[in-house]
Structures are given as C-alpha cells and as structure tokens.
Design a protein around this ligand. Sequence first.
Ligand code: 5RP
Length: 293
Amino acid sequence: MADKEGLKVPKNYHVDIPFANQGSFHVKGANNLEWGMKKHLSNIFCPKSGNTVMFAFDHGYFMGSTAGLERLDIIVPKLMPHVDVLMGTRGALRTCISPDCGKSIALRTSSGSSMMNDDLSHEIVAVDIEDAIRMNADCMAVQTFIGADGQLTSIDNLSKTINAGLRYSVPTMGVVAVGKDMERTSRFFKLATRIVAEMGAHIIKTYYCEDFEEIVAACPVPIVVAGGKKLPEEEALTLAYKSIAGGARGLDMGRNIFQSNHPVEMAQAIAKIVHEGFTDREAWQFFQDAINK
Ligand code: 5RP
C-alpha cells in the first residue's frame, strides 16, 4: 500500500480529452457492463442527451418532515412529469407514488442517522438487494462519508451494496457526503469522488466546487450534482448550468426544487439546461416567463 509520505500533487487531468474507454454506450465507464446494468443506466441517463434530471425527496430518511416535503403525496406527483428520475426512500415510494409512474427510480438504501445526531457519518445498509429488485430500482443510493469517523462503515456499506448489485445487475450510486468537519473544496471532492468510483460505484453524486472539470475528468463514471441548500432560483440555475458545462451528466436537486415557490417551473428550467443545452440566462428567462404566464 502506498504510504502518505512524499506524495506528488496530481496536476494533469487532460480535461480537454474525452473519456477514452467510452466505447459505444452513452454512459461513462459502463461500456463493459452487461445488458441489465446498461438497461438500468439507460433508464437514468437519457440516450439522446446523455444526461438526467433526478428529483431528490429522500431527505426524510434523516430529516423527517422537511420544509417543502410535508406532503410527499402532493409534491412528488406534481413534479413527476418534469423530471427523469425519482430519488426517494422505499417508504416514500410505496406509500405515495403510483407504480405506474413510468419514472426511473434511484432508491435511497443507506440509513442510520437523524437530525438528532451531531455526526451523520455512521449509516447502515437499510434496504437489501431483494427489496431494491422488488422496487425495480434503477440504482441504489448509498451515503459515503470520506474523511469522517464513519468512513470505514461508509465504504463497507457501499462495497456490500455494489457487490449485491453486481450479482443482480442493479447499479449503485455513491453519494459523496460532507461530514461535519469536512471542507467543501476540490481537494476533498477529488479524493472522495475518486475513492467512491474506484470502489465500483456506477454513478457518483457529489457537489459542484471549483476545479469541477478536473473532478469530472478524474472520475471514470458519470457525476450527478446535488443541489444543496436552497438558493435563489437564478443562482440555482447558474449552479445547474455550471455543473453541466463542467461535465456533470445531470443534477439531483431536492431543496432547490421543492422549496421553490414555483417548483414545477424550476424543474422545467433545470431540464432545459440538462437536456436542451440552455444557458443559465436562457433558463432564468424561461423560468420568469413560465411563472408570469
Ligand atoms: C439528502 C440527499 C439528497 O438526495 C441530495 O442532497 C439532493 O438533495 P438537495 O438538492 O436538497 O441537496 O442525499 O440526504
């Protein structure tokens, strides 16, 4: 095992050179996977744009009733027509979402924290592969804390999920989580994103930060960007635009959609950026026109 002393600083990410082992499949790093995995990944990432709009409403797994998600049975069906993937818990999906929704499912499978905890980094694999298959999940989402006390448990949860998913052709999405003492810098996200990808995750969810293009270039699987805390809509659209322009293959937004006063129009504006190449300014204009109709 390489030691930590005398490490040279990586610096040449060849951000101008496309991923070399893309082959004929539209999802980065999946060219060598088998049919079932590719089918699930095609349900998530649009073959035409290569991108995805995930609507995240899994916050209740540790936040309980979250502002904007007080009634999952109302807000999620309202937004479904405007997003590609529903990211939720099995409890939310089974109770509030009709199985004929026709949407791809990113199933939250790790759990173990609550807002009562100071350190959220100790989770478990709460949903087994059998239930992920019953739910027809297109991927299993596992929180992965790098650098936090729960790092070993996180990587163990991720690895067990990937191992089970490979047995049954269900992809895993590694959710890069920022522990309470972590720094939201490119140095941290480069480390965390690459570790999660090297563990075998098929999709990485992380946050936008400076040098994002280098993080994308160094990651051999697609990155989806989480929205994070609620921003003014114009800023959130700029975040979405910079993420896609920086090489992300999608957004996984929750609070910036369901806490907006105009969640439907916000989801539509994000989809314009993700699938139709809108700039943030064009998407902001679309959003304003839509809410003023
Ligand atoms: C919550 C999550 C969310 O899926 C993720 O953070 C995206 O939601 P938001 O855009 O609100 O951050 O992992 O635990």
